[in-house]
Design a protein. Structure first.
Length: 223
């Protein structure tokens, strides 16, 4: 994993994204002016031997792009890690910085797109450029039994990965919250609304929905 990430963080395959992540890292946000932003591709984080894989869309402009860790330092991270902690998957309820002591129990998390895209909307070409990194992660994460896809882009990115080995059509696996599918290799792909402020603030996602889903996943892994 270290060898993969040492290569990945030097990637500059997508000019639009490289320009954007660099611009954000230089301009910064007012409350983070004392930070030296990471401004590069973001490695995954957690237990490489874990049975649960959480797949997000991309790092946040002032979250992972600042802190160098996925789901760290932004509102989505606050919500997600709070819920993970409530269900015993994280050792603490906060995810603020690389040195904050966060540990994941039997779980690993990574974005399907390793850099922050403008408006959080990657192009199809950018997703294709980044797909090999996700594929390499998947080849290393050999113990994964359940993949929790946070949002439709992450969900579809997982399906496209498995389509390399199986006759999988996206239309046969419609995304939905708490909708799960057993894939041809026995792994379970589990859909979940993304824990973004937009979804949380509108009530589309709440703590009970998230923790209930995580409890179901833990019971599945215990079987």
């Amino acid at each position: 994993m270290a060898k993969l990430y040492s290569s990945m963080i030097r990637c500059e395959s997508c000019p639009r994204i490289v320009d954007f992540r660099t611009q954000v890292a230089q301009a910064k946000r007012k409350q983070f002016m004392d930070w030296t932003y990471w401004g590069k591709p973001i490695p995954g984080y957690g237990d490489p031997n874990g049975e649960l894989l959480l797949v997000g869309l991309a790092p946040a402009a002032h979250g992972g792009n600042r802190t160098a860790r996925v789901f760290t330092g932004d509102k989505s991270a606050d919500f997600l890690v709070h819920c993970l902690h409530k269900e015993g998957i994280a050792n603490q309820s906060n995810s603020d910085a690389l040195d904050d002591g966060l540990e994941l129990n039997n779980a690993f998390m990574t974005p399907v797109l390793k850099c922050v895209p403008p408006q959080d909307k990657p192009t199809a070409e950018e997703l294709r450029n980044c797909a090999p990194y996700f594929s390499e992660e998947m080849s290393i994460l050999k113990n994964v039994k359940v993949i929790l896809a946070l949002g439709k882009i992450g969900f579809d990115g997982c399906l496209k990965y498995f389509r390399k080995d199986f006759d999988i059509k996206l239309k046969d696996y419609p995304f939905g919250h708490n909708r799960q599918y057993v894939l041809p290799n026995g792994k379970i792909l589990w859909g979940c609304y993304h824990p973004s402020p937009r979804n949380v603030n509108t009530g589309r996602m709440n703590v009970e929905m998230m923790t209930s889903l995580l409890r179901q996943i833990k019971r599945t892994l215990e079987v």
